[in-house]
Design a protein around this ligand. Structure first.
Ligand code: NAP
Length: 518
């Protein structure tokens, strides 16, 4: 049997009970490691994090905690090569795709370290100016944001074991809030290895960072009123978390990043052959194939004017036909594996469902695999579907979490924005056009239904950050079915880990609060 990865809880490494759940190489099917959280004293672990970690972190200023983030980033940089090996083995991703996760994590930590330094040697954040409550101004109200005195529990999805952990941990630790991470079982190894390196380096105070690998059972029961939970994963699990007593009765604050039917929208001014049309084709192919489409932000629906439906279908299919799929250890392979055979089955079932409502423009299931056994591996080629009658409701409802997207024609702009909205709230829509004014109008028209609108015009064709790339400067999260969460977006992310309070008193009392951050 393979190694049982230990959990780091209550300041020490602890093995869970029993044989644990296996982690596999999704290309060969070989077992790599096991994880178990059975039999652990999670209540004691959470209390240790809250008390030891929270007290130590809150004793530091934002600038000092920013230094901790920079130190974590340095540890991860020093061990970076090993993380690529783990991702290759356990996630089946090419080097380029692993970089999105691993380098994305290091970049986000570094960025929060820079922003945190700018907050200086404060321990709380002012929220607006003091306002008078008495007519003569003697009695006033000042809103302040102070770090919560609980822990931050992170329950993460399998697709970003590195970035998913650190994009949450950076603003939490910067806020002074200790972290308990619960990575998805299928890919827990990378998150566990990173935490092990950071712990071994001794750069964090005891209790600031803990990790429980394996089932989440019992973790939510251990939460107390001032704790927060940030969840990334499926809508079904999100619903179970929201219904838990910790949330319903103890008011534990929850952030949810769930699934999303993101869109790419070609505006009517951009016919085939125009720069904006070509930029859409580039971006769709990239989004369908990076990490085998296992990105919450990946393009699932592609909207084009009805007159360009056939041309767009041909152009995307021609590019997809060139994508080599298989074992990422072979340098010729452009797109690696899905994360597990279970995901492979789920993606195939999703394609079968969508095929009842759509035509197949490029059949990924027919793609030959390089160095991968189709009866064992979780590799599958990219599939482009098309729904020319634009009435297939299922394509706006079913998120196939793999290299699959559907091309949809629209009649006019009203019809286009109406159809985009059928996604019921998404993380991101990208807009392709040569008309800046039209782009701004459409972006505002769709803004309330999205976390992010990504406008690609020829002027930024070579410089834009990519439809699916989540940059720490911009908000990540979306309304409605996307979960209603908000992460990142610069220092805005700190608000989730702070409590806003109004302090009312004489001006001389408010002066005694001292200086908060800028
Ligand atoms: P999932 O099955 O919901 O699992 C997510 C996490 O929840 C895992 O750590 C899982 O642990 C844990 N979990 C499972 N049941 C739980 C329960 N009853 N209580 C508490 N935790 C529980 O989702 P997934 O299949 O890993 O991820 C794919 C989904 O995530 C897709 O729908 C995708 O769109 C979404 N996603 C969204 C974002 C975003 O930022 N919006 C990012 C990435 C992915 P185990 O692994 O041990 O079961």
């Amino acid at each position: 049997m393979s190694t049982l990865l230990p959990n780091f809880l209550a300041g020490r490494w602890q093995a869970g009970d029993g044989p644990g759940a296996p982690l596999f190489d999704p290309v060969s099917g070989a077992e790599l490691a096991r994880v178990s959280s059975a039999g652990l004293d999670l209540a004691a672990a959470c209390e240790y994090a809250r008390h030891e970690g929270g007290t130590a972190l809150r004793a530091l200023t934002y600038r000092e905690r920013a230094g901790l983030l920079a130190a974590i980033a340095d540890v991860l940089k020093a061990n970076r090569d090993r993380y690529f090996d783990i991702a290759l083995a356990n996630s089946g991703t090419t080097h380029r795709d692993s970089a999105v996760d691993i380098d994305g994590a290091i970049f986000t930590l570094g960025q929060y370290a820079r922003w945190g330094t700018e907050l200086g040697d404060a321990r709380w954040l002012p929220d607006g100016e003091a306002v008078p409550l008495a007519k003569d101004g003697s009695f006033r109200s000042q809103h302040v944001s102070v770090p919560v005195r609980g822990l931050a529990l992170f329950i993460n999805a399998f697709n970003f074991p590195a970035w998913g952990l650190w994009e949450k941990a950076a603003p939490a630790l910067l806020s002074g809030v200790p972290v308990v991470a619960k990575p998805a079982t299928a890919t827990a190894w990378l998150a566990q290895a990173m935490v092990a390196d950071v712990i071994a380096a001794g750069v964090l105070p005891p209790g600031a960072l803990s990790i429980a690998c394996g089932s989440a059972r019992g973790l939510l029961d251990a939460l107390q009123p001032f704790d927060v939970v940030s969840f990334t994963g499926s809508a079904d699990t999100a619903a179970a978390i929201r219904a838990h007593d910790a949330v319903v009765r103890r008011s534990v604050r929850v952030n949810v990043e769930a699934d999303s039917l993101n869109s790419a929208l070609l505006l009517p001014d951009a016919p085939p052959g125009s720069p904006a049309f070509d930029l859409l084709i580039d971006e769709v192919v990239r989004e369908m194939t990076v990490k085998s489409g296992q990105k919450c932000t990946a393009i699932r629906r592609i909207f084009v004017p009805a007159a360009h439906y056939a041309d767009a279908g041909r152009a995307i299919s021609a590019r997809l036909a060139q994508i080599t799929v298989g074992d990422p250890r072979n340098d010729a392979v452009r797109m690696g594996s899905l994360v597990s055979r279970a995901q492979w089955e789920s993606v195939r079932a999703g394609i079968a469902q969508l095929r009842r409502h759509a035509e197949v423009l490029h059949d990924g299931e027919a793609t030959p695999l390089v160095d991968a056994d189709p009866s064992v591996s979780a590799c599958i080629g990219p599939t482009l579907l098309g729904a020319p009658d634009a009435s297939a409701g299922a394509v706006h409802e079913i998120e196939v979490f793999g290299p699959v997207a559907t091309l949809l024609p629209y009649r006019d702009l009203d019809d286009a924005t109406r159809q985009v909205r059928l996604g019921q709230g998404s993380l991101v829509t990208s807009i392709y056009t040569g008309d800046d004014a039209l782009a701004a109008r459409v972006a505002l028209e769709l803004a309330d239904a999205h976390g992010r609108l990504h406008v690609v015009t020829p002027a930024v064709g070579a410089t834009h950050s990519g439809h699916g790339n989540v940059m720490p400067m911009s908000l990540h999260g979306g309304p409605g079915r996307a979960g209603g969460g908000e992460e990142l977006g610069g220092l805005r992310a700190l608000q989730f880990y702070h409590r806003r309070t109004a302090i009312q008193g004489a001006g001389s009392v408010l002066d005694g609060l001292g200086a908060g951050g800028p």
